[in-house]
Design a protein around this ligand. Structure first.
Ligand code: ADP
Length: 425
């Protein structure tokens, strides 16, 4: 249930990607709520301008991914959404079977649209699109680390071809020369492509200005698809039409209460560095992954350690480890089981920390954050101010509000963990 009609309704194919989109919309002046999983009829959302539904549909079987996305879209429509957005990764993470094409087709049809755009460009993070080819920094997507991704290896950088394999419909291109001419030229190009029967237009973009112009040109599209960058231009459309009020900040959260803690399960370099930095000034407990699943109750040990010091300072509990230690745990338990044991242990610790009075919690790692948020039963988040690019503070909605920062492994500066709490005060 929602108190007032929303303007933009978005469906994201993963959790931290959803938060990233929320962050962009809030920076543009839209009050935004993130919902976790397909919203249920009883879910209550306060007065807000945009809702982003975080699914876990990137690697699902595509029939299920489409079904979940359409259920989310129907809920967003019933909440009043005037325009829909399908958010995927800026590296276009998908396989020849999908799920970008099938979900975009389903949502476009449901929204009764003729054409949509596909634009994963995010120049600030080095993702640009030229002649329909996606670059990651200085190299083509197909030459980047994404070519070795375990689930969605990207071996072709030509998005017109990649998307063409995922949809039975025509895929076209709005080239950079047109984009550089501005919003009107882009709008005309889209109208022409639509007249030719094209349903997906990959749009080149090399700069934030390009993204803003594409956003303006997309004002009347029923559905937009892309990364979080393309959302930069959307708030201005709603302001221009008078639907969105100008306000000083769209990022206000109520004051945080309770103790502070960081739980880390990401083994990425950025997170390992952030852990080292926090250990210089804060007490830290290492969850040894090789000891999980045995006789010792590591969760209880972590809590016995944490409880007495919670009231005086932020504490750090981490399973994160460098590659050699991860390999050791994986050899002992098997690859998937090691990850699962760690996720379960950290999720249990998250629950007990909250019970022990923690009200401000930083979760590091996409899967780690997903597991903990689910264990906590969090269904919706209000979005606050940014800590570092792409990572805002959020607050859970419901009986016992909790301030949460969900950090995808590689995001954030080395002082992220300590800075996070000072930003909040
Ligand atoms: P990122 O955002 O960096 O990918 P994730 O949380 O998504 O971080 O993924 C990290 C995975 O590694 C999780 O499944 C986590 O449980 C697992 N993990 C964390 N620490 C260890 C460890 N010491 N040994 C084995 N696996 C670990």
């Amino acid at each position: 249930m929602i108190k007032k009609d929303i303007l933009l309704g978005a469906v994201a194919d993963d959790m931290t990607g959803a938060t990233d989109l929320c962050n962009t919309l809030v920076a543009g002046g839209m009050r935004t709520v993130q919902m976790i999983g397909v919203p249920r009829p009883g879910d209550v959302v306060p007065d807000t301008d945009a809702v982003v539904v975080a699914l876990k549909s990137r690697n699902m079987q595509n029939v299920r991914a489409v079904r979940n996305s359409l259920e989310a879209q129907d809920w967003l429509k019933s909440a009043g959404a005037k325009q829909f957005f399908f958010k995927y990764c800026s590296t276009f993470d998908s396989t020849p079977r999908g799920n970008i094409g099938p979900v975009a087709d389903g949502m476009l049809e449901r929204a009764k649209g003729d054409i949509t755009i596909a634009c994963p460009a995010f120049p600030t993070n080095g993702r640009t699109v030229f002649r329909g080819h996606l670059f990651v920094g200085d190299v083509l997507l197909s030459a980047s680390g994404m070519r070795n991704h375990p689930l969605t290896p990207m071996t072709n950088a030509n998005l017109v071809e990649v998307l063409g394999e995922q949809t039975p419909y025509e895929v076209g291109l709005v080239p950079w020369e047109t984009v550089a001419k501005g919003a009107e030229a882009i709008r005309e190009a889209l109208a022409r492509l639509s007249g030719e029967g094209v349903r997906h237009a990959v749009v080149d973009a090399l700069s934030d200005q390009n993204l803003i112009d594409i956003g303006r040109a997309a004002a009347d599209l029923k559905l937009i698809t892309g990364g979080s960058g393309i959302a930069m231009g959307l708030p201005a459309n709603f302001r221009a039409s008078g639907a969105l009020r100008r306000r000083k900040s769209a990022a206000r959260l109520p004051r945080a209460k309770g103790h502070a803690a960081v739980l880390a399960g990401s083994c990425s370099e950025a997170t390992l560095q952030q852990i080292e930095r926090m250990k210089e000034t804060a007490p830290a407990f290492h969850v040894d992954a090789t000891k999980l699943g045995g006789k010792r109750d590591i969760v209880a040990e972590a809590m016995d350690w944490a409880r007495p010091q919670l009231s005086s300072q932020p504490v750090l509990i981490y399973a994160s480890a460098p590659p050699a230690e991860v390999t050791k745990a994986q050899r002992k338990h098997g690859r998937d089981k090691a990850g699962l044991l760690v996720e379960r242990a950290l999720a249990k610790i998250a629950k007990r920390l909250i019970r022990a009075g923690v009200g401000k919690l930083v979760l590091a790692g996409g899967e780690t954050a997903g597991a903990a948020v689910n264990a906590l039963g969090v269904r919706a988040l209000m979005i606050g101010g940014e800590i570092d690019p792409g990572v805002p503070w959020t607050m859970s909605l419901g009986a016992r509000p909790l301030h949460l920062a969900l950090k995808s492994g590689n995001f954030g500066a080395p002082d992220f963990f300590t800075k996070a709490f000072t930003v909040l005060d």
